[in-house]
Design a binder for this molecule. Sequence first.
Ligand SMILES: [Zn+2]
Ligand SMILES: [Zn+2]
Length: 278
Amino acid sequence: MKFICVGCGVQHAESAVPPGRCAICEDQRQYVGPGGQRWTALKELQATHKNQLDVEGPELISISTEPKFAIGQRALHLRTAAGNILWDCISLIDDRSVGAVQALGGVSAIAISHPHYYSSMVEWSRALGDVPIYLHAADGEWVMRPHPAIVFWQGDNHQLAPGLTLIRCGGHFPGGTVLHWAGGAGGKGALLTGDVIQVGQDRKTVSFMYSYPNYIPVSARTVREIVAAVEPFEFDHIYGAWFGQNILSNAKQALRYSADRYIAAITDADQPEARVSP
Ligand SMILES: [Zn+2]
Ligand SMILES: [Zn+2]
């Protein structure tokens, strides 16, 4: 059986009995729940959960699982003339969801922001025609189910297709990646960020963390590196990791503002109370 960790939702390689531990959950960036390490499998998940598709924007559909499972992130199906992408991934896959994605034109590739969302990526790849899964090589040690469909890309940028560029930001994970979609936001550009750049509950600002559940921030230098990584790209929208967590205007200014606010908060500089938020 290929067991799925209930904590992080990542499917592990074939084993006769559940793995002894989940390395992703034992890492400082995640946690093992109060009931200890628990496992499920796809069949079980299919019996208790359903995927929900929602329109997030033009040519952009979110896929999320109800009720919430594991971390609870969404995947995003992005449709462009240059090819369709499944951005980030979720643990539950079933015939209904695959049919829905195929009705949207399928995908030519899957790309994932960081290991917490590796989920059932190999199942999705196989169901969608053995499409490649683009992961940053710096996070290769966190792949729990190795597979030939996985393409480890290296360096700072990787173009999936014209107007679709993976950008390594680092921060939450060394290979933490966002996707730039030049044609997004009506041609003003969009960033799909997972939680590498986390959209705040206000949907006007963002934040950056080494660990979200354990409240471990990143350094000021890391924040500057994240901003510098996306600075060459134009974007007006940011689509975060959760359903509805989107910044839908002036996202680049929002990112700069949020970075300044964050650096002030973690250094000895005055808190930016007097500042007007974007
Ligand atoms: Zn786990
Ligand atoms: Zn994460």
